[in-house]
Design a protein around this ligand. Sequence first.
Ligand code: PPS
Length: 276
Amino acid sequence: MPMGFPLEAFRSALQYTARPSDIFICAYPKCGTTWLQYIVYLILHEGKVLPASGSMTKEIPHLEEVGKAAVEDLGSPRCIKSHLPLHMMPHHSEASYLYIARNPFDCAVSFYHHTRGFAQHYDFVNGSFDEFFECFLLGEVDFGDYFANLVPWYKSRGQDNILFLTYEQMKAQPLETICSIGSFLGAGAAAVVRDRKVLKDVIRNSSYDSMSRDQQRWSSQRPDNMPAFVRKGQVGDWLNYFSPDQALRLADKFDERAHGTDLKTLWPEVLRAARD
Ligand code: PPS
């Protein structure tokens, strides 16, 4: 857990009773959670932007950070962010769970910047990427091991109430992805994304350019001198950080942990580049 998250909030989060109308936005850290949160927000608000005075952390709070009572105070449908692994996630067979995955190479780089940037959460302000990489490979970072989070969600992706998405797919095909999110969220949301004008608004307002403009909306705890919360927003930034040896080691770990699944089909180019 990040040091700044109250332990009591985490404990109570695990006691939250999910409701059929709940919408959970789930991900391992740094895999596109905020982006997906905002897409869901925009669909539910017919493409209209979050007011400048608003905050995503209030609209769609992070369950483990705020605890159960704050989430129970939300209007319906409750939209809830969580980095919990599947077996700890509050479950209801009729609740909606959107999970976003990102290739572990870019996730590690994004997580490195995050860990260096939040002095109140981590003792890592002067940490190097090489040091962070070793922690990431061991799963000794917040919310634990990347693969322990991803694999069970991936295996459950066929369930009717789970929509499994990837960051890379959302980046390459925003229109198709946003339409699939709308259809998944029920008849009202499906009708919203069928409206071409509203769909265009959702695409434009959730784009990297729009979201990177107003950083204060995405993380209330970001000190002014810290790296942007919506940072580079690219696929492939890892190539600027990984040594050939680090790339091979993470590719090997991927093979080991994805064994018995077809997880490799999610990111074939990335995995090929890691072994080049
Ligand atoms: S957190 O702290 O776990 O909630 O972080 P999370 O939101 O999951 O992930 C942050 C990364 O998502 C990128 N991001 C985006 N990419 C593309 N388009 C849009 N609109 C967008 N919004 C957020 C953000 O820049 C982080 O990735 P990196 O690689 O660090 O840029």
